[in-house]
Design a protein around this ligand. Structure first.
Ligand code: FA5
Ligand code: MG
Length: 469
């Protein structure tokens, strides 16, 4: 009884973020470790590698306005509705997004500010760098708090006497892009009627093709700049280039989908023997510009992962390092000196521990969905992006990730599913996860790893009613 009373008190307590108080409700799902990350503002912290990377990207767009101080607390309207996200889009679900309450959340992407910035209409081009939050997997390239940089360029058709003059302007601007020493793989048509449609109602084929080409050339120019700096960083560091550093830069365009652009693409870069997705982009949905009260503007937008580019630029091997306060990390970066490669300091030993459990037959003990009386749309309404576990729909892998992060924080390097088994007779499902504990700051003792692991095991029992094996 006492326990229940304290839980319900906690859920009614307002959340204080940036000195402002927000009421909480059945949608609230932000654990304390996430709030600890909020407000660090790494992308503007002097000499931080994310800030250095941001400035380098900004320098590729010298005529743009650069926004770096927009609040991370946004409305559902800003983050989803204004961009045309469908009511049942999986990104809206509480398994994917950190809600402050049913109307307010921690932005999941910098696109949350697109409509506001377009509506202010103070420049043709802009960038927005900011911290963003997602309930996501834990591994070397994914983290629940990370940074994005948004960029957009629009042209006002009213500034041209005719469509022909606009198209002519676009092609002569395109001719200004210098050929670069990058290998670009792009097998995609400028648009595709089913997979990646032209916005027929608003754009002529010629217009969409030229805007799309302008977008791709601008972003190729940006990554070439980053990679040229990365090559110099390697030389400045006097390191022997690794085999993959000797390869010429390889970039690949793949078709994609975003509610706020069409056609859309993702850019991938060949990195350490695999394609790494660095950004999404496309021709801005015209209804979005109409909603932003700039109906005569046409243009492109992109959103990139700042950590992903910083990892390439500095050779940083693990995304958790960006949050480190360890001087062995921070002292390696100086924005007034030529960029140097990151020199890894010795890794502390890893302590892997497995947790195996039977899923409950009848769903979790504590329901994760908001109270039935809530007027909010069902957050679990859409299809899930992550593989779901068919016998126990109430248990989502991201919930386990959350338990791990809340309990062990940055002492966990990664979490992988190593076994998924359905009992042939009883039909019960058993899962086994391997949690690898490794601190960036010290050697974890056996006792410390065991104690963290035991807490995680017990949380899984109390929160989800699993039966430990
Ligand atoms: C978006 O967020 C779109 N808003 C991007 C966009 C903007 C498209 C404007 C069109 C126009 P996506 O979810 O793919 O897209 O994320 C963009 C980039 O963020 C990814 O390419 C990746 O580099 C990075 N990213 C995504 N999730 C994580 C994560 N958990 N940790 C680190 N980086 C991530
Ligand atoms: Mg993506």
């Amino acid at each position: 009884c006492l326990l229940l009373a304290s839980i319900s008190d906690a859920s009614q307590r307002p959340l204080i973020i940036d000195g402002r108080s927000y009421p909480t409700d059945a949608w609230t799902n932000i654990p304390p470790p996430i709030l600890d990350h909020y407000g660090r503002k790494l992308h503007v912290q002097p000499n931080h590698p994310l800030s250095i990377t941001r400035k380098l990207i900004e320098s590729c767009f010298p005529d743009f306005q650069h926004h770096n101080a927009l609040s991370g607390v946004v409305t559902v309207d800003q983050n989803f509705n204004s961009l045309g996200f469908a009511a049942d889009h999986p990104g809206r679900s509480r398994t994917d997004t950190y809600y402050i309450n049913k109307d307010t959340l921690l932005r999941t992407h910098t696109s949350a500010h697109e409509v506001d910035v377009f509506r202010a209409n103070t420049s043709n081009g802009y960038t927005i760098a900011a911290d963003v939050y997602r309930r996501d997997a834990v591994d070397r390239t994914h983290y629940p708090a990370f940074h994005q940089m948004e960029g957009a360029l629009t042209w006002d058709r009213n500034n041209f006497k005719s469509t022909d003059e606009f198209l002519h302007h676009l092609s002569s601007d395109l001719a200004n892009f210098k050929p670069t020493n990058v290998e670009v793989e792009d097998a995609n048509p400028p648009f595709h009627s089913e997979r990646n449609p032209l916005q027929e109602k608003y754009h002529s084929p010629g217009e969409a093709e030229l805007v799309g080409a302008h977008l791709k050339r601008s972003l190729e120019h940006m990554v070439v700049t980053i990679f040229t700096e990365a090559d110099e960083a390697l030389q400045n560091s006097g390191l022997e280039p690794a085999a993959e550093d000797k390869d010429p830069l390889k970039v690949r365009w793949v078709e994609s989908f975003f509610p706020h652009t069409s056609p859309s693409w993702e850019m991938e870069v060949w990195w350490q023997g695999d394609w790494l997705e660095v950004l999404g982009c496309g021709v801005i949905e015209q209804p979005l510009l109409i909603r932003s009260e700039v109906p005569s503007r046409v243009g492109w937008a992109f959103g990139l992962g700042l950590e992903r580019l910083a990892m390439l630029l500095f050779g940083i091997p693990d995304i958790r390092l960006f949050w480190s306060k360890d001087s062995r990390f921070l002292s390696q970066f100086d924005e007034n000196k030529p960029i140097r490669r990151f020199q890894p300091f010795s890794k502390y030993p890893a302590a892997p521990r497995d947790v195996a459990f039977w899923l409950p037959k009848s769903g979790p003990v504590v329901a994760e969905t908001p109270a039935a009386t809530s007027t909010a749309p069902s957050p679990a309404g859409g299809k899930q992006t992550e593989p779901t576990l068919d016998t126990a729909p109430a248990f989502h892998e991201n919930d386990l990730m959350e338990v791990v992060r809340s309990t062990a924080g940055d002492s966990v390097e990664d979490v992988i599913c190593i076994d998924n088994f359905k009992h042939p007779k009883t039909g019960r499902q058993s899962l086994c996860y391997r949690v690898t504990y490794r601190s960036l700051e010290k050697t974890l003792t056996n006792e410390e790893a065991n104690s963290l692991h035991e807490q995680i095991r017990q949380e899984l029992v109390t929160k989800f009613g699993v039966e430990l094996r």
